[in-house]
Design a protein around this ligand. Sequence first.
Ligand code: 6PG
Length: 247
Amino acid sequence: MAAVRVYGDAETLSRAAAELFAERARATVAECGRFVVLLAGGSTPRRAYELLAQSPLISRVPWPDCHFFWGDERCLLEGHELRNETMVRHALLDHLSVLPSQIHPIRYHQEPEQAASNYATELRRFFAGQQPRFDLILLGLGDDGHTASLLPGSAALHEQVQWTAVARRPEESFSRVTLTMPLLNQGANTVFLVSGRGKASVLQSIVKGSNDVPTLPAQLIRPQQGELLWLVDREAASQLEEGYGAG
Ligand code: 6PG
C-alpha cells in the first residue's frame, strides 16, 4: 500500500513536493554523485518546479549533478507552449545554471514513432546498457486514471519490452510520446502529485482498489525496489476515508 499524504491546498502540496525533490537530490548526489529525475508534465507540478527555482530551495539542490528526463511529451515542435518541456523550462530550468547535456527532452520533428525511438535510444545511451533507474519519478494523474501518457485501454499500457510508445488522446490534434511501465516502475522514489476536486473520484478508486486487479493505468505504477508516495491536496482527497495522514 502506497503512502498518501494530504495537504491543505495546492500551494502546501507544491511546497512539499519541491522540498522532497530537493531532499532526494541532495541525498542522492551525496551518495552516488548524480541525481536522475523523471519529470511530470501537465499543470499540477508547475508550482513545485517554480518553488525549486527560487530561494530557499534553489540553493539547496546540487543542480550541476542533476539530469532531467520527461515521462511523456506532446508531439509538438520545440518551444510550443503546450509541450511539457516548455512548461518545465519556463518554471525551472531557465532559472538554473545547468548544461544542455543535463537536459534530456523528448524531441519531436516529424514522426511520433521516430521521436519515441530516438528517446529510447537516448535513454539506453544515458544508462550505458545498465538497468535504467530513476532516483525520483514525478507523475501526475488524469481524471480518467491515466498517468504520463498511458491512457486507459491503450496497448502501450501492457508494453513490457519497449521503453517508449506513441499515444494519442482522441480530443487532441497531436500525438504523444510516453515512457512505458518497464521504465515508469524503475523509480527509487515515485511520487504522484494530485490536486483538485476533479481528481477526488479517481483517486478514491485507486487508493481504495490498491490491492485489486489494476484497472487504471496509474494502478500499474508499482515500483520495483522503490517507494511509492501520493502527495495530494485536501480537495483531491475529499472522497478518501478519514485517517489518511495530513501532510
Ligand atoms: C500531460 C501529463 C499528464 C498529466 C495528467 C494530469 O502531458 O498532460 O503527463 O499525465 O500529468 O494529465 O494533468 P494535470 O496536472 O494538468 O491535471
